[in-house]
Design a protein around this ligand. Sequence first.
Ligand code: BG6
Length: 499
Amino acid sequence: MKENEPTVIIIFGAGGDLTQRKLVPALYNLYLDGWLPEQFAILGLDRKEMDKEAFCQHLRQGIDKFSRRKLEATTWQEFAHHFTYVAADLTNQDAYDDLAHELGTFNQQWSTHAQHIFYLAVSPFLIEPITEHLHKAKLMQDRQRCRMVVEKPFGHDLDSAQALNDTLTHFFDESQIFRIDHYLGKETVQNILAFRFANALFEPMWDRRYIDHVQITVAEQVGVGHRGGYYDHAGALRDMIQNHLLQILCLIAMEPPVSFAADEIRNKKVDVLRAIRPIRSEQVPETAVRGQYGSGWMNGEKKRAYLEEEGVAENSNTEAFVALKLFVDNWRWQDVPFYLRTGKRLPVHGSQVVVTFRPVPHRSFPETAVETWRSNRLIINIQPEEGIRMTFQAKRPGPAMRLSPVHLDFAYQEAFKTASPEAYETLLLDVIEGDATLFMRADQVEASWKVIMPVLERWTANPPLDFPNYPAGTWGPEAANVLIAQDGRSWLQPDFNNH
Ligand code: BG6
């Protein structure tokens, strides 16, 4: 840690899913690794009536189920000692005056002026009222020591994201606002920066002269689960493309930063978003494909259709799959397509970036030697395997000159013999340390909404006629294959053994 700053983390929505699944297990692992300050407290607020014991029990179950490391009874006791729970109506100013008082007692106990991190793990409609109340109660006044973490979805479209940014920046300084995109906390996603800018090998080839195209796939096997109520109003374009996939694209496409200062990296990423060629409405049909899963078989189990999921409207037109083709209009990337694809109920759980290089300019080998010839590829595996694979041609053993594709692999687990931290561990520690590099700045969020707005508007105005258009357990609708096949290319499925 930079400094062992006394810290209180105040979680709004502490009784909810995110706190139990992600936040507290991440804090527990940070605690085990000795990253948390000696003087720290976790103050949970939620409307649910619960005493501290019930609260701790709820969190303990979360750690049992979701923590990457097992719960140890003694450490848990010590860790739980740092919790406080307050049942409160988050829309009522009194709750914030009480909170101010509560925070004052920590300062007294610790004889210090602690930092305060307000984590908004709440429904989007609560963000604005909470912001106003925090402001009125003067709880975010100290710009150096008070921060706020805002979860996605950040807005519903460009206008609502702008309105939300206006509210937040009206009350607080941009440096106090940490907008989370948890993909940026993933080790493999961060490693894209290390890979590109700490090695001399690839950067000279990292442009339109050598790269044919880029594919970014985030495939999920799960359906919408219990989140149908939220998801049905969002859809895959808002839920995944607007944030996670576009952020990965930015890391692949950005120019080398001058330094690792938070704003320098974020400036370079915004440059990419602003360079993405605007999609004209009439181009949407050949540029973007949407899908919704019907029922289907996965691993010997029948999965129900999206329309039968809990919380989903029975005639819903919400997409659970998107494939999208984008261009980055700048010197480096002119005319190199970026194909993005994400969906639920796909055959595998796996996310990867595939950079396919151009063919060699002249093939000097006879046709018989190159039957299985393939372009060089760089595959960045984000999850569940974490690693990088480079494919190239090699001579097959034997008297004749015959070539075959082979690969070089780097696997995190093997190289470092240690498990990667969860994205939320990295991100929470960054908030505690006040490092905003991996968080979304206001202009970044707005720029990525701008990219998808033409698609969103066109799709809203023209409901799909073919939903559901892919069975659960398949790679999305046929149109997604056509989208890439019309350019003479095909999707690579995220599976290390396939390439
Ligand atoms: C979330 C989306 O942001 O990311 C979910 O809201 C999605 O719909 C999840 O399932 C995927 O995250 P991960 O880390 O499991 O790939």
